[in-house]
Structure formats: C-alpha cells, structure tokens
Design a protein around this ligand. Structure first.
Ligand code: GZL
Length: 335
C-alpha cells in the first residue's frame, strides 16, 4: 500500500513538472499574432532642401514601417521654430521617443528640458547640437562632418602633388573657393573646420573665397555664376554638398570652362548625379555622407523606449570616391 502511495506521488510530481516546463516554453515563444504595444516615435525632419535629405526621410519612414513603429513625422520646412513646435507637440502627445535632425547647432536647451521633464528620451540624428547640459539628450547617430572635410583636403594634397596635374606644374598658390552648407549647421561647421585641419601646414593652398550656399542647388549656381563673372582664376572648388555642386557645374559650363579639368571639384554626399559626374570627369572627388540611417534610428529608439542606454555618439560608415578609383565598382546610390 505504502509503495503505491509513493509511486502515485512521484507520478503526480513528474506530470506537474512537465506542465510547468511546457507553460514556461509557451511564455518564451509568445505567438507573434499577439499585438505588442507599438512604440511611438516623434520625428522632426528639417525639410527637403536636397536629394540627400529626401533620401534620409525615405530611409526613416521605410525603417519605421519595417520595425513596426508608429512614426509621427513632421517636416519643419527649414525653420527651427517649426522644429521646436513639433517637439512640443510630441511631448503633449506623450510619444515614447523623440528623434530629430537639428537644423542648426544651438537653441535647443529649453525644449530638451521640457522633453526631459516629460520623461521622454531624445535621439539626435544627422546633425549635432551644442547644449549647456550634455545629458539633455540620450545620444547621436549620423555622419562625421569634420572627417569629410579632412578627406577633402587629403584628396587635394594628393591631386596637386601628382606629376600628372594638367598643366604639369604645381600652381602656387592653389586658389580654392569654398561653398559652405547652411550657416550654423554642424555639417557646415564640421566640413569647414575639417578642411582647414587637413590643409594645415600646406601654405601653397589658399582659400580665396568662402560663402554659404545653404545646401541649395539654386544658390550654388547663383554664387558661382556671379563669382566667375568677376574672376575666373580658380583652381579648386570645395562644395559642402552635391546639390550645390550640380548648380556650380552648370555655372562653370556657362562660363566656357571645363569642370573637373579647368577647375578641380570636390563635393560631399555621393548622390547618383555626383557619381555620374565623377565618372564623366566633371567632378574629381566625391565624399560619401550616408543618408541611410533609418534602420539604426529605429533600433536605437526601441532601446530608449525600453529604458536601455545607447552609445553617446555613433558615426555611420562612409566611403571616399576619387578620379583615381575604379569607378565602375561604385554601387548605385539609390537616390
Ligand atoms: C549632412 C546633411 C546635409 C547634406 C546635405 O549630414 O545634414 O544636409 O550634406 C543636406 O545634402 O541638405
């Protein structure tokens, strides 16, 4: 009798163990048809000033769809006040995460304090900001504008040191015109500073004119057209984005000069039109600035929404394409 009772008890214990194990297994593999609450991200984009910006917006929207994130996307039409309004509306809506491209570096402290008071983490993307308190935002993901500027200088040092320079002699000084991006934006600041760092100690390079074209093709054309009306003695144009460069190339053609030959051209972004011009010999160096940050923004935002920390600064991978490369191997740019 006693043996039967012990055996029965053992069988009950084994059965209970199997049931508990199966229950735990079920928790681990929750059927994916159970709707997880969607993370809500408020995203403020600066506008649509260039092909690069449009590609960046497309990358973010596509990534949000793939990640199953609810994206509140607002276009600021190039105005900081519209961005601040957008961020305030995201706070009122109590989004899980705020992400945005700061059109300029300064003027964000107050709205970031409001987000912090509301307990909403902020991810800065593409362009950087200057704040009085570093902890006002969780982290940054984007491109390294200073490195882009240094790489522009590095190409020129190579170009003008090579014996095959068109007029077979090294010009002295090498006269550089710089067309900068939006005043006060981190890419314009970084590309300006990095370029000068790269030319430091090379006295034969002289920046004879530098002005802002606001990353706009129309302004690149207008500035270069007016400059060439007065002075055609330029050896290099360093343009902070391909949009302005395409306008600059039009102006150079209209003034009877050959872009890429009479005037060496260095540009940043690597949109397809610039790569095509590089292949045609109208541009000499294209520095990639990677717009495809959507997937990274979504994975970082999900971490923030789950209360996890993220890297303070994350720079995306970028290539350098020059006239010395095998240009047939450049992958299509997608924009
Ligand atoms: C750079 C980005 C710049 C691009 C331009 O990170 O902010 O803005 O270089 C764009 O094409 O308008």
């Amino acid at each position: 009798m006693k043996k039967i009772l012990i055996l029965t008890g053992l069988l009950i214990l084994i059965a209970m163990g199997i049931i508990i194990f199966q229950f735990l297994q079920m928790e681990q593999t929750k059927p994916d048809n159970i709707m997880e609450e969607k993370i809500i991200i408020g995203f403020s984009q600066i506008g649509a000033e260039s092909a690069w910006r449009n590609r960046n917006s497309e990358s973010i929207k596509n990534a949000a769809t793939s990640a199953g994130v609810q994206l509140l996307f607002k276009d600021a039409e190039q105005k900081q006040e519209n961005q601040i309004q957008a961020l305030r509306s995201f706070i009122a809506y109590q989004v899980d995460v705020i992400a945005f491209v700061p059109i300029v570096e300064t003027g964000w402290d107050n709205i970031l304090r409001e987000a912090r008071a509301a307990g909403i983490p902020v991810l800065i993307t593409d362009r950087k900001i200057k704040t009085s308190e570093e902890k006002l935002y969780a982290g940054f993901i984007g491109t390294d504008s200073e490195e882009e500027g240094r790489n522009a200088a590095k190409f020129l040092l190579k170009k003008f040191s090579k014996a095959d320079y068109p007029d077979k002699s090294k010009k002295n000084p090498i006269r550089i015109v710089e067309i900068r991006g939006t005043e006060g934006s981190s890419p314009a600041e970084g590309r300006t500073a990095g370029f000068r760092q790269g030319l430091e100690g090379h006295q034969d390079f002289k920046i004879i004119y530098s002005t802002s074209g606001d990353f706009l093709r129309s302004k690149g054309y207008e500035i270069m057209s007016k400059y060439l009306d007065k002075n055609k003695k330029i050896d290099v144009i360093y343009s902070h984005n391909d949009g302005m460069t395409l306008g600059i190339i039009d102006a150079i053609h209209e003034h009877g000069l050959l872009p890429g030959k009479d005037i060496v051209i260095v540009t940043i972004d690597a949109e397809q039109a610039a790569i095509d011009a590089l292949k045609k010999g109208e541009i000499n160096c294209v520095l990639e600035c990677n717009p495809n940050t959507g997937p990274d923004i979504m994975s970082l935002s999900k971490k923030l929404a789950n209360g996890e920390s993220i890297p303070r600064f994350q720079h995306v991978h970028e290539e350098v394409f020059t006239e010395y490369d095998d240009l047939s191997s450049i992958a299509p740019r997608g924009y």
